[in-house]
Design a protein around this ligand. Structure first.
Ligand code: 5RP
Length: 295
C-alpha cells in the first residue's frame, strides 16, 4: 500500500500562470504539430482562450429544456463559438458541416440519468472521431465516485489513442451528489486528469480558492456554466473564472436556456476574449437581446 500518511497539504500555488515555451496553450509546448494545431482551433491564438458551447447533455438526460431541437435551437449558435462540444449523433444530425467551430466530441457514455452515472465506458471509436474531424475528445472522470477507477482508466486509454493521432483529450470532472464542491476536491480531480494525460480539463468554479485549482493544474482549465442562473450572475462566474486563471468556459444551460441565447453567447465572448467586466457584458447582452427582438 502506498505511504500516504505523511502527505502534506499543498499550499504554495504562486508563480507564473502562463504556458511554458511560448505556445499559447498551457502545458502543450512539447506536443506534436497536429495536436498543437487542433488545440489552436479550440483556444484562439490571439487570447489563448476559448468559448466552448456545450450541448452534450442529452447523452444521459435526453431532450432537456433548450435542447429539444438541436437543428433549430443550437445550430444557429455554433458559428459564434470557438468550439462546440456534443455527441457524434448531435453533430451528424444537426450541425452543418461547414461550421468553423472546432469539434469537441463526447467520447464517453453508458448510464442514463436513471442509473449510476459513474458507470461510463468509452463510447466512440477513434476512427469515427477522425472521420468527424474532431479537435478533441471529451470524457467524464468521477473522482470519488463508485466507478472512479474505471473512469480514470477510460481517460488514460483515450489519451493513448488521442496522442497517437494528434487529437486532444478533454477530461471532464463530474461531481456526484454526495461530494463536496470545494477547491480541495477540484484540485484533486483536475490534477488527476492532467497527470493521466488530459490536454484540457473542465471543472466547476468555486468562490473560495479557485485560483489554486488553476495554478496546480498543468493544462488549461475551462469552466462549466452549471445550472441556469440570471444572466448577470453567469457572466460574473465567467469573469471570475478567467480572472482566477481559467482559459475559457464550456457553457451550456446558461446560454441555450437564456431567453436570448445568441445575445448571451456574444456577452460571454466579450468577457472571455475582450476582458469585459460582467456589467459591461450584461449591457451588451441587453443591447443584443433588444436588437434581436426588434428584427
Ligand atoms: C454534461 C457536461 C456539460 O457539457 C457541462 O456540464 C457544461 O454544461 P453546463 O454549462 O450546462 O453545465 O459535461 O455532462
Amino acid at each position: 500500500m502506498p505511504d500516504i500518511d505523511g502527505l502534506l497539504e499543498a499550499r504554495n500555488f504562486t508563480g507564473d500562470q502562463t504556458s511554458t515555451g511560448g505556445f499559447h496553450v498551457k502545458g502543450a509546448n512539447a506536443q506534436d504539430w497536429g495536436l498543437q494545431n487542433r488545440l489552436s482551433r479550440i483556444f484562439r491564438p490571439s487570447t489563448g482562450r476559448t468559448v466552448m458551447l456545450a450541448f452534450d447533455h442529452g447523452y444521459f438526460v435526453g431532450p432537456m429544456a433548450g435542447l429539444e431541437r438541436l437543428d433549430r435551437d443550437i445550430a444557429p449558435l455554433a458559428p459564434q463559438a470557438d468550439a462546440i462540444m456534443m455527441t457524434r449523433g448531435a453533430l451528424r444530425t444537426s450541425i452543418p458541416s461547414d461550421t468553423d467551430a472546432a469539434v469537441v466530441l463526447r467520447a464517453s457514455g453508458g448510464p442514463s440519468i436513471l442509473r449510476e452515472l459513474s458507470d461510463e465506458h468509452i463510447a466512440l471509436d477513434i476512427e469515427d472521431a477522425i472521420r468527424l474531424n474532431a479537435a478533441a475528445l471529451a470524457i467524464q472522470v468521477f473522482i470519488g465516485g463508485e466507478h472512479e477507477s474505471r473512469s480514470v482508466a477510460n481517460l488514460a486509454r483515450l489519451v493513448d489513442v488521442g496522442q497517437r493521432y494528434g487529437i486532444a483529450v478533454l477530461g471532464v470532472t463530474a461531481v456526484g451528489k454526495e461530494m463536496a464542491r470545494d477547491a480541495r476536491y477540484f484540485r484533486l480531480a483536475t490534477r488527476i486528469c492532467a497527470e493521466m494525460g488530459a490536454h484540457i480539463v473542465k471543472t466547476y468554479y468555486v468562490a473560495d480558492g479557485f485560483e489554486t485549482v488553476t495554478a496546480s493544474c498543468p493544462v488549461p482549465i475551462i469552466v462549466a456554466g452549471g445550472k441556469k442562473v440570471p444572466e448577470l450572475e453567469a457572466l460574473t462566474l465567467a469573469y471570475r473564472s478567467i480572472q482566477e486563471g481559467a482559459a475559457g468556459v464550456d457553457m451550456g444551460r446558461n446560454i441555450w436556456q437564456s431567453e436570448h441565447p445568441a445575445a448571451m453567447l456574444a456577452a460571454v465572448r466579450a468577457v472571455v476574449h475582450d476582458g469585459a467586466k460582467p456589467e459591461e457584458a450584461y449591457e451588451l447582452y441587453q443591447e443584443r437581446a433588444a436588437a434581436g427582438a426588434a428584427s
